[in-house]
Structure formats: structure tokens, C-alpha cells
Design a protein around this ligand. Structure first.
Ligand code: GDP
Length: 294
């Protein structure tokens, strides 16, 4: 997924190859190339600029202290800075409360319903007893889809196809979960094709009534800079607790992973790497940084 960015970074590093040490001039040149590579990978300008400024300063500062080659030094500094840019540490779900209520939000096609199933599967494998709530009542196919997924992974699904009231469905789902002693209740919600006031009002109302412990914003990594803008709008309205980047298995550019954290200041918690229920990974900033740098 990062071939593009990686090739460009390799080329940028070559500027330094064969040079004995990092100087103000050669590092500035390399940073210019790296900034270009980041912008091409959909990282937004502010993030790319502050990132390269930081790397430059650290590399120059470390230069006198170390005997490693400029390329190695820069790789190490970039790795550390990329990791920090994506949040540094793994951010776990807050599952302390029983039942934990998790709201899933995002645009249509982002992968919400698929992620809801994957998350239930993941939590079940950790010994939790999840319930899925089919809150995407505008898309009857989404209810069917969730029921099929639930059956596949052995997790119950609450649905009420007679209702068009997302708050009522969510509250009924929570009551059902409490009755059956489910300790995690995952509520899928209705998206739209694009940001839409009615959708935002609906999800905000569901949030207000269900008082979720986690609100996970699901976004398609392939949408690049749009992913960052959508994240910003959802966050302003919902103040979500984490991001799920889907479709990182495809031929996507890595910019979204890099900019989202710095733009909305919320951690990426999971990444989706395929359509199957097992294709879910906890997001490790350091692993992602290594993957980007190759
Ligand atoms: P929703 O409208 O947000 O609920 O999106 P869906 O869960 O229905 O997903 C839309 C499409 O994306 C479906 O065809 C999914 O199989 C697919 N999808 C979801 N997550 C991933 C992923 O991580 N990788 C890939 N390749 N496809 C995914």
C-alpha cells in the first residue's frame, strides 16, 4: 500500500547517500523531497511541513553525537517521528464498563457494518460476550448483512425492521443486551453518501441517548485527503473516541493514516485489511511507521 511513498522516500534518501555527514544543506534538500513524497501520499500540507521541520531539527541535533551513516540516522529519526505522528502508543478500547456501549459511525461504503462484525468477532475471541445492534435502518440490506455476519461469527444481532427510529432501535438493543448479559453492545448506524446534516443530527441523537463509552469513526483509507476532511466534520459533531481505517489492504496511499491523528487529534484504533471477519488489526503506530519506511 505504501509502495508509492516508499519509492519516493528511497529516492529522497539517495540524496544523502555517499555523503559523510548530515549538513544543513543536504538535509534541507532531502526534507524537501520527503515533504513532496508526503504531499503526494495525501498527507496534508501542515502535517508534512511540521513533520519535516521536526525531522530536520532532530537529525541535525543528533548528527554530532553519532557515527552512523546519514541515511541510517535519518531513517531512525523518521521512524520515531512517524510513530509519534500516528499517536506513539497503541490506544486500546475502553471496555471497563459493563455493558460497554460502542457506537459505529461513518459514511456509506466506509465499511461500518463489516467493521461492526469484525469488532464483535475480535472481542468474542478475547472472551467478551458482544451483541450487535442493526441501527442502519435506511439500508435494509445492511440489516441482512449484519445478521449474516452475526450468524457467521456466532454473535447475536438485535434488529427491528419495523422501526425507522435510530434512537429507539439503539435503546431497544441496549435493553436486549442488558437482559441477555452481553457485556459489549456494538451499535451500527446509518451513514449517507456524503456529509449530511440529517445524518449528523441522527447520530448525535443516538449518542445523546445511548451515552456510548466508545464512538468509532470508520473511514475508507482509499479516499485520501477526503478521509481527513470527513474525519474532521464527524469529530466536530460527535467528538469520537477513535478512528478505524478500512481497506488498507488495497492499493491505497498511506496519507490518511499519517494525517488523521494530527488533524483530529484522535487515535487510530483499528485497521481493516480485507473483507473477511478476521481481516482486522489493532493499530500499532510503530509497525505502521516501519511499514511506511520499508
Ligand atoms: P458501510 O456502508 O459503511 O456499512 O460499509 P460496508 O461494511 O457495507 O462495506 C462496504 C464494502 O467495503 C463491502 O463490500 C465490504 O466488504 C468492503 N470492505 C469493508 N472493509 C474492508 C476492508 O478492510 N478491506 C476491503 N478490501 N474491503 C472492505
Amino acid at each position: 500500500m505504501f509502495e508509492n511513498l516508499q519509492d519516493k522516500l528511497d529516492r529522497a534518501f539517495k540524496v544523502l547517500k555517499g555523503q559523510g555527514s548530515i549538513t544543513e544543506i543536504n538535509v534541507a534538500e532531502t526534507m524537501k523531497e520527503i515533504r513532496k513524497a508526503l504531499l503526494d501520499a495525501d498527507v496534508n500540507y501542515k502535517t508534512a511541513k511540521s513533520f519535516t521541520d521536526e525531522v530536520k531539527e532532530k537529525a541535525l541535533g543528533l548528527n554530532v553525537l553519532t557515527a552512523v551513516s546519514p541515511g541510517q540516522l535519518l531513517t531512525k529519526v523518521m521512524n520515531d517521528e512517524l510513530t509519534a505522528l500516528m499517536g506513539g502508543e497503541v490506544t486500546e478500547l475502553d471496555l471497563k464498563t459493563n455493558p460497554t456501549i460502542i457506537l459505529i459511525a461513518g459514511l456509506n461504503g466506509a465499511g461500518k457494518t463489516t467493521f461492526a462484525g469484525k469488532l464483535a468477532n475480535h472481542l468474542k475471541s478475547k472472551g467478551k460476550k458482544p451483541l450487535l445492534v442493526a441501527g442502519d435502518m435506511y439500508r435494509p440490506a445492511a440489516v441482512d448483512q449484519l445478521q449474516i455476519l452475526g450468524e457467521q461469527i456466532g454473535v447475536p444481532v438485535y434488529a427491528n425492521i419495523a422501526s425507522k427510529d435510530p434512537v429507539a432501535i439503539a435503546m431497544e438493543g441496549i435493553a436486549e443486551g442488558k437482559k441477555n448479559h452481553n457485556n459489549v453492545i456494538i451499535i451500527d448506524t446509518a451513514g449517507r453518501l456524503a456529509i449530511d446534516e440529517e445524518m449528523m443530527n441522527e447520530i448525535a441523537a443516538v449518542k445523546e441517548h445511548t451515552k456510548p463509552h466508545e464512538i468509532l469513526f470508520v473511514v475508507d483509507a482509499m479516499t485520501g485527503q477526503d478521509a481527513v476532511n470527513t474525519a474532521k466534520t464527524f469529530n466536530e459533531r460527535l467528538d469520537f473516541t477513535g478512528v478505524v481505517l478500512t481497506k488498507l489492504d488495497g492499493d491505497t496511499r498511506g496519507g490518511a493514516a499519517l494525517s488523521i491523528k494530527s488533524v483530529v487529534n484522535k487515535p487510530i484504533k483499528f485497521i481493516g485489511t480485507g473483507e473477511k471477519m478476521e481481516a482486522l488489526d489493532v493499530f500499532y503506530p510503530d509497525r505502521m511507521a516501519s511499514r511506511i519506511l520499508g
